[in-house]
Design a protein around this ligand. Structure first.
Ligand code: PEP
Length: 250
């Protein structure tokens, strides 16, 4: 039984006061959703987000987590710190983290393990660049990345993993993968999970699509067999747009 999840990724946007205002606007619009609704927000907004989301169906996530429990890692935040604040989800391995902050499949895997060991739900991102797609490596790359980031994850822990297929060329560009490309990419991810954990686990895992999903294209993307939700950047900063995407899950 697959669980549909629509998650917003606010990136480096919104102050705590703006967070409170946006979540208050969203709450009535996403009430009664047919899917899980998650907002992943900057660390400094977590307290305001959790307070504003109280009593609603919105769950709060972070946008990254470090793999060590504590220590001399200036600027980093551990999984235990996040759970202590009431955070339930965390985005790991977003392409912006990989592109600008040196994240690799290995560090993404370590962060995933740390998150899962602390009881967080991990939204782990994979995706090919335009160059990799044009060279014909999309399937190979997606299967490789999926296996790398899930290394040493147990079958039990996998139940707390969501994989977000996010073609790098579609993130924040306004260029969306076609519904067929999204379905195909998500299918490669699912196939890799099947090779590692078996057919049942692959059938049950939530695989999101992310990359310029918006109110206009959400319904077509979410209708695809392999698309079990979305990771939404730009459109999650507007209450109405985000709620239209949430309601596109039937
Ligand atoms: C994202 O940040 O994961 C994302 C998909 O961004 P956007 O929706 O803006 O392309």
């Amino acid at each position: 039984m697959r669980n549909y999840v629509i998650a917003g990724n606010w990136k480096m946007n919104k102050t705590p006061a703006e967070t409170t205002a946006l979540i208050n606007e969203m709450k009535p619009l996403v009430a009664g959703a047919a899917c899980d609704v998650v907002l992943c927000v900057p660390y400094v907004d977590i307290a305001a987000a959790i307070e504003a989301a109280k009593g609603s169906n919105i769950k709060i996530g972070a946008e990254n987590v470090h793999f060590k429990a504590n220590g001399a890692y200036t600027g980093e935040v551990s999984a235990e710190m996040l759970t202590a604040c009431g955070v339930e989800y965390v985005v790991i391995g977003h392409s912006e983290r990989r592109q600008y902050f040196g994240e690799t499949d290995q560090t993404v895997n370590l962060r995933t393990l740390a998150a899962l060991n602390a009881g967080l739900k991990a939204i782990v991102c994979v995706g090919e660049t335009l160059e990799q797609r044009e060279l014909g490596y999309t399937e190979t790359l997606l299967k490789y990345q999926t296996k790398m980031v899930l290394t040493n994850v147990t079958a039990e822990q996998l139940k707390n993993v969501i994989i977000a297929y996010e073609p790098v060329w579609a993130i924040g560009t306004g260029v969306t993968a076609t519904a067929e490309q999204a379905d195909e990419g998500n299918g490669y991810v699912r196939a890799a999970v099947a090779e590692m954990f078996g057919a049942e686990a692959a059938e049950n895992i939530t695989v999101q699509y992310g990359g310029s999903m918006n109110p206009k294209n959400a319904e077509e993307l979410l209708a695809k067999e392999n698309v079990d939700g979305g990771l939404i950047g730009g459109a999650s900063l507007k209450a109405e747009d985000f709620s239209i995407i949430v309601k596109a899950v039937k």
